[in-house]
Design a protein around this ligand. Structure first.
Ligand code: C5P
Length: 292
């Protein structure tokens, strides 16, 4: 039986800057993205026929094709072959609509799994192209590691890896719809931008305190007073517990903190869990190998 099980690491944004709106309705971005060890487990199995998605830990959206199904369709369309019957099983750990790319990571794992099963010779670049048809974060989730991501998010340049650290991720109980946040940015005068150059220099030096000192996300500038207050309260709690820096990831609302001491990170996670059930500990994940 053709089957494979893969880990699907979530992502955080060490920086996120929006350069402007494009003619196609998307926005040109400049972000430093990092894979983290909080992830889902994805099993892809060839079965009789049709496409079935089974998930533990979440309710699946009804009615429209899931990102996982669209990834599989995109894969076989690219190969010019009919799609065989497939079953995808998810063990879900990454919260949805959290700014952590959970759905994108699952779609990327489906692509990586299908490559291993059906076309091991395909270069990663081809998987990244297929991924862009599914979502802007999917190419990075196929790539993994530490990257500068530009364009819609698909123009990827490897950066030196984030130095070893402990990462605490904390998702408050409200949602921030991505398209709405982009619309808010279109109507806003943005203040200071995160310095991508400073982030790249800090990574090149392997300087964790400097990395933590230049975390930044322009979406934090377009939060309502209420949303902003909660995000800042989580950032303050992480810093009080010894984080070297803290920022919101993607279009939020998850906030992460970087720690050089795993005991402090454990204590921070423990303290935050009292208020925020969806609090997690993670570590940086390196770029996937060519065949993973
Ligand atoms: O590509 P994806 O479907 O994940 O994007 C979700 C939404 O986020 C898009 O519909 C768009 O509103 C916004 N987006 C954007 N510019 C990007 C990526 C996403 O405007 N580069």
């Amino acid at each position: 039986m053709k089957t494979i099980t893969l880990e699907a690491p979530a992502k955080i944004n060490l920086t996120l800057d929006i350069l402007g709106r494009r003619a196609d309705g998307y926005h040109d971005l400049r972000m430093v993205m990092q894979s983290v060890s909080l992830g889902d487990t994805v099993t892809v199995t060839e079965t009789g026929d049709g496409f079935a998605l089974l998930a533990e830990g979440i309710a699946l959206p009804a009615g429209k094709p899931t990102l996982e199904q669209r990834a599989a369709e995109s894969f076989f369309r690219y190969l010019g072959r009919p799609m065989p019957g497939l079953r995808v099983r998810l063990v879900k750990r990454v919260p949805a609509y959290a700014g952590l790319g959970g759905g994108s990571a699952d779609a990327a794992a489906v692509l990586r799994g299908l490559r291993a099963l059906y076309a091991p010779e395909l270069p990663r670049q081809a998987l990244e192209e297929m991924g862009l048809a599914v979502g802007s974060d999917v190419p990075f989730c196929v790539h993994g590691g530490t990257c500068l991501a530009e364009g819609r998010g698909e123009v990827l340049t490897d950066l030196p890896p984030l130095p070893g650290c402990a990462i605490v991720l904390c998702k408050p109980d409200f949602g921030l719809p991505t398209p709405e946040l982009f619309a808010r940015v279109d109507g806003a005068e943005l203040g200071p931008r995160p310095s991508t150059a400073a982030m790249e220099a800090a990574l090149a030096r392997g300087d964790l305190p400097a990395v933590a000192g230049c975390l930044g996300n322009v979406f934090e500038q377009v939060l309502t007073a209420e949303e902003g207050a909660e995000i800042r309260a989580i950032q303050a709690a992480l810093l009080r517990h010894g984080a070297l820096g803290a920022a919101m990831s993607g279009s939020g609302p998850t906030v992460f903190g970087l720690f050089d001491d795993s005991d402090k990170a454990d204590r921070a996670a423990e303290a935050l869990r009292g208020t925020y059930r969806q609090t997690y500990l993670a570590a940086p994940v390196k770029k996937f190998g060519e065949t993973e």
